[in-house]
Design a protein. Sequence first.
Length: 363
Amino acid sequence: MKKQLILEDGTIFTGEGFGSNKDITGEVVFTTGMTGYQETLSDPSFCGQIVTFTYPLIGNYGINRDDFETIQPAVKALVVKEAADFPSNFRSEFSIDEYLKMKDIPAISGIDTRKLTRIIRKYGALKGAIVSADANAEEVVHRLQATVLPTDQVAQVSTKSAYPSPGRGFRVVLIDFGMKHGILRELNNRDCDVTVVPHDTTGEQIMQFKPDGIMLTNGPGDPKDVPYAIETVKYLIGKVPVFGICLGHQLFALASGADTFKLKFGHRGSNHPVKDLETGRTALTSQNHGYAVDEETIKNTDLKVTHLALNDGTVEGLAHKTYPAFTVQYHPEASPGPEDDNILFDRFIDMMKKNVAKEKQNA
């Protein structure tokens, strides 16, 4: 089943289709992780995107029931050099082709993913389409150039109603902007009593849960596309401890008066080095984001930079100078990737512990 991947600049790749047979349009990005393709394709932060894997062989250990980061993947399509037809792993339940067919997600293999990655690195993320081999390429290019990609990705992947994930520890309200389940697992592992709420829950509604802390999760797209969430975060800062990850980090910055910008081709992969400016320690981190916080705009806010990316110097962590609130751009829960910095969840627990003790002392 021959397929074409056509980019808005007119570049055409021809390969073999697998997964769903439907045509698809989205933003073409790349990720550099050598393992963890199941967690990657089920990461809600990839909503609306056609994900290119730079590692050449994908699907070799199959798909299992344990490694999903969400129940329903939001990725638009996959692009790989080679898809393994016969996976080998004792946990494997499906091949990647079988799973993509079940979830109606198209994919293409057999193309030069190194060339595609170099194009994205040079020109930035591009709109693209996976179409049948007999599609008129010129018409597809014109359509792509005229296409305006959706900006409602957070609404697509967030939970529609609140639900509990019970524990006997600190009460945490988790605002789901496109949560990876790894974040919830880390909080549950620390016995937090978590209530997951939709992306558009107001600050007043959140405080009615009487939380000990607020978790701002990862999610897809431009943080400026969810202005109501910025207002919610602004309302919550200073009321209880706040911990933000990825999109939550960007929303925290915007709520505090800083600004964000779109990266040329984003950070997507499993081994990005990040330096903690307070300890001097460097951690290898898992990342998936297309936007970053503008460091220059932090100077006139109540924030301080706590982490920097060693590859390009972009801001990877923030802390409030007055209130118990901090954020990181990367994924300390990994999934996939190294777990060097999941100790940040312990820092969040300690922050809530101190705040509760302070409240009792002042009562």
